[in-house]
Design a protein around this ligand. Structure first.
Ligand SMILES: *Cc1c(COP(=O)(O)O)cnc(C)c1O
Length: 269
């Protein structure tokens, strides 16, 4: 295991250590936008494989890309969808390069690939306290991988990347699993209610295992709704890009937050 200044730092270290300039990385589209930025900084190229409509893992295409580093956010952002651990394990076995399973939202999923690290030398699982523990400002993440991978990351690590205060607070946070699970339980219950309510209004919402939902209004007019919600001081994410510009990524709020969102959606029409 290796701790870092958020999992973003681990992603950067992975690219520095394992992605040679001119080399290739692969990921499913759409996903977390930082992967592409880091690949470009490394002067490497990204091969994008579109997620199929049912968000099942396109393992043949990913294996065919023969990338030095393959990124998989699981649950994925901004779709919220989850790939099952057996499917991830199967992919890891078929790749020669490194498979990075970014589990930023795993606390909300009740599913993790941490347990299969011992079986795959080329698998690195990233976790963070930013989402499930609500501690994004703390900047604390960790990587779990084989000794060979961790050694490679250590070589490119800043000597003192985690300060004493963040380490002390991260230890306190992970020691209190009850607190995290109570919060996660609230988010999950509200996520599932929000999903049901949006579907009842004709919105298309894939099952989310994260702390947000990606929802398509019946007419696909997402930008208009984004603007109208913003006018009402309700902030959701709108991505003006392929496969996302007809939907909104809505972070799960408290019960009253979500009620306000649903009421606004009914009002906007
Ligand atoms: C938030 C997020 C991260 C970054 O987490 P930090 O630990 O705050 O750097 C990484 N990957 C995904 C998919 C995220 O959503």
């Amino acid at each position: 295991m290796l701790c870092a200044n958020g999992s973003d730092e681990l992603l950067r270290m992975i690219c520095t250590a394992f992605l040679p300039p001119g080399g290739s990385a692969a990921a499913c589209y759409p996903t977390y936008s930082l992967y592409e930025v880091l690949v470009e900084i490394q002067n490497a190229t990204m091969t994008w494989i579109d997620w199929p409509g049912d968000y099942s893992l396109p393992a043949d295409e990913l294996a065919g890309a023969k990338a030095a580093v393959t990124f998989l956010a699981n649950p994925n952002a901004p779709t919220g969808t989850l790939v099952s651990p057996p499917a991830v394990s199967d992919l890891a076995g078929r790749l020669n390069g490194l498979l990075v399973v970014d589990e930023a939202y795993a606390d909300f999923a009740g599913s993790s690939c941490l347990g299969m690290v011992g079986r795959h030398e080329n698998l690195v699982v990233l976790r963070t306290l930013s989402k499930g523990y609500s501690l994004a400002g703390l900047r604390f993440g960790f990587a779990v991988a084989s000794a060979g991978v961790i050694d490679g990351l250590r070589k490119v690590k800043d000597s003192y990347n985690c300060d004493a205060i963040s380490i002390a607070l991260a230890c306190a946070a992970v020691s209190d699993q009850g607190h995290m699970r109570t919060n996660v339980g609230r988010v999950v219950a509200e996520r599932d209610r929000l999903t049901r309510e949006l579907r009842a209004r004709g919105w298309d919402v894939p099952d989310s295992r994260a702390n947000f939902v990606l929802a398509r209004p019946p007419d696909g007019q997402a930008r208009r709704r984004y603007e109208a919600l913003k006018q009402r001081n309700i902030l959701v994410r709108y991505f003006d890009q392929r496969r996302l510009d007809d939907r909104l990524r809505i972070t799960v709020g408290t019960g009253p937050d979500n009620d306000a969102l649903l009421a606004a959606i009914d009002e906007i029409r």
